[in-house]
Design a protein around this ligand. Structure first.
Ligand SMILES: Nc1nc2c(ncn2[C@@H]2O[C@H](COP(=O)(O)OP(=O)(O)OP(=O)(O)O)[C@@H](O)[C@H]2O)c(=O)[nH]1
Ligand SMILES: [Mg+2]
Length: 193
């Protein structure tokens, strides 16, 4: 699956505005600042399609991007961001949970984890939530460029063990170097089959 066309569709802030039945969706989930928006730009080859920031907590809405008129990527708000009120956090958590449970179009979740770190409590909770609700997911390990190839393989083993999935369900990526784009494209083709 080569991305030939990518366009922003809509931002959604309320659970009742989630898109009705339509194109299949792949959601991008993960901790704040892990590289979700950068991942969308990396995959589509459009540097400014999804807004990225070194300041965590930037994406506060569900942002839908249509790819090749074939499927939608849904950029979810990042969790685990400390500098927002509990009320705000609760609102995002509800938006994410409701989307994951109720979207009729959701086919798969890409759960993004920083390759340099073991999965955190929030990551594990989300993985369990997906597992228990029969939502298929793949781990996308981000920021691989920060390590040598050798260290990447070791880190992949540590990361997959910490989240409890097989190594084949962890894809190494770098939005900076472009590493892993072909593997992600292959995975998307399988998901859409
Ligand atoms: N070196 C390196 N930096 C990256 C990579 N991906 C993202 N970053 C950097 O990490 C920071 C956060 O990236 P974002 O894509 O905005 O992260 P996000 O997960 O969308 O963050 P929120 O929207 O706040 O949840 C930015 O400074 C990016 O430039 C990567 O593969 N390699
Ligand atoms: Mg973002």
């Amino acid at each position: 699956m080569l991305v030939k066309k990518a366009e922003f569709i809509i931002s959604v802030a309320e659970v009742d505005k989630i898109l009705p039945k339509g194109l299949p969706e792949i959601a991008i989930a993960g901790k704040s600042n892990v590289g979700k928006s950068s991942f969308i730009n990396f995959l589509t080859g459009q540097k400014k399609l999804a807004r990225t920031s070194s300041e965590p907590g930037r994406t506060r809405l569900l942002n839908y991007f249509k790819i090749n008129d074939e499927f939608n990527l849904v950029d979810l708000p990042g969790y685990g961001f400390a500098r927002v009120s509990d009320k705000e956090k609760g609102k995002w958590a509800k938006l994410i949970d409701t989307y994951l449970l109720e979207s009729e179009n959701l086919k798969h979740v890409f759960l993004l984890l920083d390759l340099r770190h073991e999965a955190g409590e929030h990551d594990k909770m989300l993985a369990r939530f997906l597992y228990h609700n029969n939502i298929p997911f793949t781990i996308i390990a981000t920021k691989a460029d920060k390590m040598s190839r050798n260290a990447q393989e070791k880190a992949k083993t540590v990361l997959s063990a910490s989240i409890g999935v097989g190594r084949e369900n962890v894809l190494l990526t770098s939005s900076l170097s472009g590493q892993g784009r072909d593997t992600v494209e292959k995975r998307i083709s399988q998901i859409l089959e």
